[in-house]
Structure formats: structure tokens, C-alpha cells
Design a protein around this ligand. Structure first.
Ligand SMILES: Nc1ncnc2c1ncn2[C@@H]1O[C@H](COP(=O)(O)OP(=O)(O)OP(=O)(O)O)[C@@H](O)[C@H]1O
Ligand SMILES: Nc1ccn([C@@H]2O[C@H](COP(=O)(O)O)[C@@H](O)[C@H]2O)c(=O)n1
Length: 196
């Protein structure tokens, strides 16, 4: 049976950084599920049809990492039929051997509620905005507004809102260097999957 690590949390909290490092450390597959929503938002037209017909090429477009793509993603992500269209792909990915790390907003609550490890990664609003602004070369104050707007939309939507699973381990990366945050995540996994 595949070993699943589910990682959720608000925008720019460090989920993806931790997810990639865990996948490397444990030799697991990694899926950044936000990319599916970003690609759906960027594709344009009917979002439900866009989600149903995503191609590998859609997932590699350079503009997917932009702040605009993030906003577009969070709008289409509130549509229940869009979310439904993306469930099977994510669950099939999660079943890949020997294990998979998926990061997003609803992995521990909806996509993989039986994941062996669930992490909920947070950081203060200001730290997240500063990190994302530095990454994109954007204005930190404008980024703070954008992240808050996106978090609000993600948390308040009726379908699969952003929230920690009851059994998630919370990691606050506000005052952690990347290697410290990754070490905390590895320790959380090692508690349920002793080193082989
Ligand atoms: N502990 C940390 N210390 C300093 N910078 C960090 C830390 N963790 C992540 N970063 C940086 O912060 C930015 C956001 O991190 P990351 O992309 O991992 O967040 P995310 O939660 O996956 O974001 P999104 O929800 O938008 O996909 C990146 O530039 C990353 O390099
Ligand atoms: N499991 C997920 C993943 C993402 N979303 C939505 O996509 C937006 C972009 O995600 P990033 O992780 O790339 O920032 C995000 O704001 C969510 O609206 C989602 O709903 N569920």
C-alpha cells in the first residue's frame, strides 16, 4: 500500500518547499495540486470544461506561478464541479508506489482523508507576503492584500474549504529556516514511519 503524506495550508506558507524536500528524502512522488487549479484558471473559457480537459502541457505553462494565476485559481477552485473534475487524478497520483506527497488545501480533509501523515503548514501573513514578494519581485504590501484575499476565498468557500484536518500536525514556519522546517516535517513522518 502506498504511503501518503498530505500537506495543506494557506498560500506561501512553505508547503511546496516542504513537500518537495520530503519527496526527495523519502523517494516519493510529489504533486503540487495548486498547479491543477492554476492551470484551470489560466486556461480560460468554461472552468469546468477546462478542469476536465487539462493536459500535461497546461501544467507547464510559465505564467502558472504568477500572482494573477493564483487569484484565477482560487476563483475557479470555489466551483464544486471543478473540484470534482480533479479528484480522480489526485487520488490516482496518491496511490503511486512507494509513496506520494501531495500539497494543497484539501488533501488531508477531502482528497486523502486516510493519509498516514497530515501536515498543516502555516506562517504569519507578513512573513508569507514578504517571502512571496521576494520570490516574484513584487511589492510586499500589495502581496499581503492578495494573499489575504486568496486565503479568505479559500477558507470561506462551501466546497472543501481550507482548514486543518483534525489529526494534522501543525508546522509554523514563520521563524524557521527552510532546513529547520523540513527537519520538523521529516520528524513528523518518522514518528509514524520509522526509518527503514
Ligand atoms: N522556512 C522558510 N524560510 C524562508 N523562506 C521560505 C521558507 N519556506 C518557504 N520559503 C520561501 O517562501 C516562498 C513560498 O514557499 P512555497 O512556494 O513553498 O509556499 P507554498 O505554501 O507552497 O505556496 P503556494 O500555496 O502558493 O503554492 C518560496 O519563495 C520559498 O522559497
Ligand atoms: N488542493 C488545492 C490546491 C489549490 N487550491 C486552489 O488553488 C489556488 C492556488 O494554489 P497554490 O497552492 O498554487 O497557491 C489556491 O489559492 C486555492 O484556491 C485548492 O483549492 N485546492
Amino acid at each position: 500500500m502506498s504511503f501518503i503524506i498530505a500537506i495543506d495550508g494557506p498560500a506561501a506558507s512553505g508547503k511546496g518547499t516542504i513537500a518537495r524536500a520530503l519527496a526527495r528524502h523519502f523517494g516519493f512522488h510529489h504533486l503540487d495540486t495548486g498547479l491543477l487549479y492554476r492551470a484551470t484558471g489560466v486556461k480560460g473559457g468554461d472552468p469546468v470544461a477546462a478542469a476536465r480537459n487539462l493536459t500535461a502541457e497546461d501544467l507547464t505553462r510559465p505564467q502558472l506561478r504568477s500572482a494573477e494565476a493564483g487569484q484565477a485559481a482560487s476563483r475557479v477552485a470555489a466551483i464544486p464541479q471543478v473540484r470534482e473534475a480533479l479528484v480522480d487524478f489526485q487520488r490516482r497520483f496518491a496511490a503511486r508506489e512507494p509513496g506520494a506527497v501531495l500539497d494543497g488545501r484539501d488533501i488531508g480533509t477531502v482528497i486523502c482523508p486516510d493519509a498516514q501523515v497530515k501536515l498543516y503548514v502555516v506562517a504569519s501573513d507578513r512573513v508569507r507576503a514578504d517571502r512571496r514578494a521576494a520570490e516574484l519581485g513584487a511589492d510586499p504590501a500589495a502581496m499581503l492584500d492578495q494573499l489575504r484575499e486568496r486565503d479568505r476565498r479559500d477558507s470561506e468557500r462551501a466546497s472543501a474549504p481550507l482548514r486543518p484536518a483534525d489529526d494534522a500536525v501543525v508546522i509554523d514556519t514563520s521563524d524557521l529556516q527552510i532546513d529547520e522546517a523540513v527537519a520538523a516535517a521529516i520528524a513528523a513522518v518518522d514518528r509514524v514511519r520509522p526509518a527503514r
